[in-house]
Ligand binder design. Structure first.
Ligand code: NAD
Ligand code: TYD
Length: 350
């Protein structure tokens, strides 16, 4: 039977990889991508699949409750994969309010709309995509597991934590069938160049400074975006209702070590003398409340759903650099509007 699946935030970074994967791999599904197209949403991310017969795009804001209800009534979705969010920590520090509307109110609007159309919950699923940042910050040892108590420390992670709690509350209170996954830092093609890796690739190419927050000693666990999309596919199809799954790269890097590796890849790709890019590294004022370390234990997902990351970091980084170097036009288009102003502002403040 044909199923209609709603993917929110499908014009963003991770969402576009998920939409592409589902459109290509599941011709028996109709994939509806609902996105507001904020600064981070870009339909150019989906050019290769936009004409597929099982794909449809709707421009809408998840904060607009009545509109969302109408869309649910019209399409009668069988499943929801919810990625739409304000996603950047620095922006949440500069202006938290938008994060509350989109990440919390927007999620509740989707939950309410799903609850309203799903009289019979059989075979239905609300899949909420979240972040490991809800667990707070680790010291030098230990890993986040699914039972680690929530301890969000930025407006971004607090808004995501709040939405996670609401999704679980709807499961317990209304029996709304749901799953949640909490993933570590993603990288790969189509990531907006405010996040560390694409920002630095772009800066090196343009001989701009590489801003390293604080001492560069913060640690992140990096996962190639297509591995995340594969995990989402696995969890959507085989996860157990009410459960949470951690997704991670088993790939911890200190920011400064990652940047040095990226510098050396960029020197090679741009045929510049070794060490050229490293000269651009500049230590700047630390992010307020900067979490020291994130690292994920994904053994539940590995053992129960047989997923593991398949892209080695060096290989994934090289693929990512190649993609950005081959897609200068994409970068120009996405950085020519408001974002450039925002970035210049942020940077001048440091
Ligand atoms: P992104 O910022 O690249 O994309 C977000 C998308 O959501 C954009 O297309 C944007 O237009 C859309 N959107 C924003 N507000 C909206 C609204 N009110 N209504 C409808 N659409 C709206 O984000 P991303 O990095 O692809 O992250 C996607 C999801 O994955 C988010 O929920 C994020 O919290 C989560 N996540 C991200 C990472 C990461 O490393 N990027 C890691 C773990 C989890
Ligand atoms: P980011 O990509 O913003 O992801 P998150 O904050 O969600 O982990 O940042 C990754 C790490 O890189 C984080 O420790 C902050 C640091 N960082 C810099 O040092 N310089 C930068 O210009 C940016 C954007 C991030």
């Amino acid at each position: 039977m044909m199923k209609t699946i709603l993917i929110t935030g499908g014009a963003g970074f991770i969402g576009s990889h998920v939409v592409r994967r589902f459109v290509r791999n599941y011709p028996q599904y109709k994939i509806v991508n609902l996105d507001k197209l904020t600064y981070a949403g870009n339909l150019a991310n989906l050019k290769d699949i936009e004409k597929e017969p099982n794909y449809e795009f709707i421009r809408a804001d998840i904060v607009a409750a009545e509109l969302i209800k109408k869309i649910f009534q019209k399409y009668r979705f069988d499943g929801v994969i919810h990625l739409a969010a304000e996603s950047h920590v620095d922006r949440s520090i500069a202006n938290p309010t938008e994060f509350i509307y989109t990440n919390i109110v927007g999620t509740v609007n989707l939950l309410n709309a799903a609850r309203e159309i799903w009289d019979n919950m059989d075979g239905k699923r609300f899949y909420h995509i979240s972040t490991d940042e809800v667990y707070g910050s680790l010291g030098e040892t230990g890993l986040f597991v699914e039972t680690t108590p929530y301890d969000p420390r930025s407006p971004y992670s607090a808004s995501k934590a709040s939405s996670d709690h609401l999704v679980r509350a709807y499961f317990h209170t209304y029996k709304l069938p749901m799953v949640i996954s909490n993933c570590s830092n993603n990288y790969g093609p189509f990531q907006f160049p405010e996040k560390l890796i694409p920002l630095v690739i772009n800066n090196i190419r343009n001989n701009k400074l590489i801003p390293v927050y604080g001492k560069g000693e913060n640690i992140r666990d990096w996962l190639y975006v297509e591995d995340h999309a594969e995990a989402i596919d696995r969890i959507f199809h085989a996860g157990i209702n009410g459960e949470t799954y951690n997704i991670g790269g088993i790939n911890e890097w200190k920011n400064i070590d990652l940047l040095k590796l990226l510098c050396s890849i960029m020197d090679t790709k741009l045929r510049r003398t070794a060490g050229t890019a490293e000269h651009l590294i500049t230590y700047v004022k630390d992010r307020a409340g900067h979490d020291l370390r994130y690292a994920i234990d994904s053994s539940k997902l590995q053992n129960e759903l047989k997923w593991k990351p398949s892209t080695r970091f060096e290989e994934g980084l090289e693929k990512t650099v190649d993609w950005y170097l081959a897609n200068e036009e994409w970068m120009k288009n996405i950085t020519s509007g408001d974002y450039q102003k925002y970035y210049d502002n942020q940077y001048n403040k440091r």
